[in-house]
Write a protein that binds this ligand. Structure first.
Ligand SMILES: Nc1ncnc2c1ncn2[C@@H]1O[C@H](COP(=O)(O)OP(=O)(O)OP(=O)(O)O)[C@@H](O)[C@H]1O
Length: 372
């Protein structure tokens, strides 16, 4: 790809900002540079105070002290001499708490979003937004008559109706309880699949990150410490996204068919002949799914046993072994085609099977352990 082509389809930024504080030691400095495609979800992840919201505010043009450069496709939003005002940027901002006008109905709130961009209604686009966010039946309601999850779905729909190129979402689910979060996640997945826009999604939640993000920017103390595809960053034992007490690997698969129309689904691992049995509903057929497989649910065998209850047996190569002599356990990194699995085993098994890097083995995963 040439320089010009890269520039045309990207959101790129290079910001420097200093927040001063009375106490010099409490001063915060942000220095972040990245280039992202203008589609898919990029999670912005990092501990509290690492600068996630400040970065979104810089992109939105809401931090007057931010110096640097920001461009979307061929349009410059900021450079050394010039700053495009926020209202002229093709972006929408969804914050933690829904911000609907309480005296207007859902339909009137949506019409307000639309009127910010286009004079008339593009009915096909309007219908697509409503069906993607599942809010068609709520149009006549007042915000006070909506659940927290519904209110946030309407807020997101209103943001989409402004036709942004960049959708900035700052922990949009953090005000919701766990069941409401679970309810809204499929809508967010649909949103990413249906609209060709860049979504920058600030989150503390690994569940949301794993489920939604194509790529991740990991921030620490105002700096970018990791960036890349979610799988590439996650699938390393030393990754900042890993739980060191409970390592796990992400596996991208395609749901193929249900067994006897039941809840067990065969899912193919792309790029190879391998497939897995997983627990998934019929509604996922044909879709790409991202699975999180815990190391403790993976065991290793030297041959392919078909006389066991374990349905999932995948040929694999041992890539690395991390031994913890103090606990008498090891985490084995396995390559399954292009993808990665971790297996937590005892030091005794490691020695008994004489496992070492480079040898071929079978990775065994219980189907009941694999859930989305
Ligand atoms: N207007 C401001 N003036 C001075 N300091 C600020 C200002 N806004 C943010 N900060 C400081 O900048 C740092 C980064 O804040 P920011 O809100 O971007 O972090 P965050 O990663 O989004 O945190 P959280 O996950 O808790 O929301 C913090 O130390 C915060 O106190």
């Amino acid at each position: 790809m040439t320089e010009t082509q890269t520039h045309e389809v990207c959101l790129s930024f290079d910001f420097a900002l200093q927040h001063s504080a009375k106490n010099k030691a409490a001063e915060f400095q942000l220095k972040i540079k990245a280039t992202l495609p203008l589609q898919g979800v990029t999670a912005i992840y990092g501990p509290s105070g690492s600068g996630k919201t400040t970065l979104l505010r810089c992109i939105a043009g809401l931090e007057p002290k931010a110096k640097g450069h920001c461009a979307v496709a061929e349009k410059i939003w900021q450079d050394e001499r010039y700053t495009l005002p926020t209202f002229k940027r093709d972006l929408a901002y969804v914050s933690q708490a829904p911000s609907l006008f309480t005296h207007l109905t859902v339909a009137q709130n949506l019409a307000y979003g639309e009127s910010r961009r286009t004079p008339g209604r593009d009915q096909a686009f309007y219908d697509k937004v409503l069906s993607t966010m599942g809010i068609g039946h709520l149009l006549a309601r007042m915000p006070a008559q909506l659940s927290g999850g519904e209110e946030q779905r309407v807020s997101i729909a209103r943001a989409l109706l402004t036709r942004p190129q960049v959708l900035l979402m700052d922990e949009p689910l953090s005000a919701l309880d766990q069941p409401r979060k679970r309810e809204i996640l499929p809508y967010l997945e649909q949103l990413a699949a249906q609209f060709q826009i860049a979504i920058l999604y600030v989150t503390h939640s690994l569940d949301e990150l794993v489920r939604l993000a194509d790529r991740v920017l990991v921030l620490e103390d105002g700096k970018l410490i990791e960036s890349g595809s979610t799988l590439a960053i996650f699938n390393r034992l030393e990754s900042p996204l890993q739980d060191s007490d409970e390592p796990s690997a992400l596996l991208d698969v395609i749901a193929v068919e249900n067994h006897n129309n039941g809840p067990l689904m065969r899912a193919e691992i792309p790029g190879g002949q391998q497939s897995l049995w997983i627990k998934a509903g019929a509604e996922t057929k044909g879709k790409s799914l991202r699975l999180r497989v815990l190391a403790r649910d993976v065991s290793i065998a030297l041959s392919n046993h078909d006389d066991s209850s374990i349905l999932n047996r995948l040929p694999a190569i041992i890539d690395a072994i991390q031994l913890n002599s103090a606990t008498g356990t090891a985490v084995v990194t396995l390559k399954v085609g292009e993808q990665v699995l971790f297996a937590a085993i005892t030091q005794l098994s490691l020695e008994k099977l004489q496992l070492r890097e480079g040898i071929s083995v079978w990775a065994q995963i219980k189907s009941v352990a694999i859930a989305r």
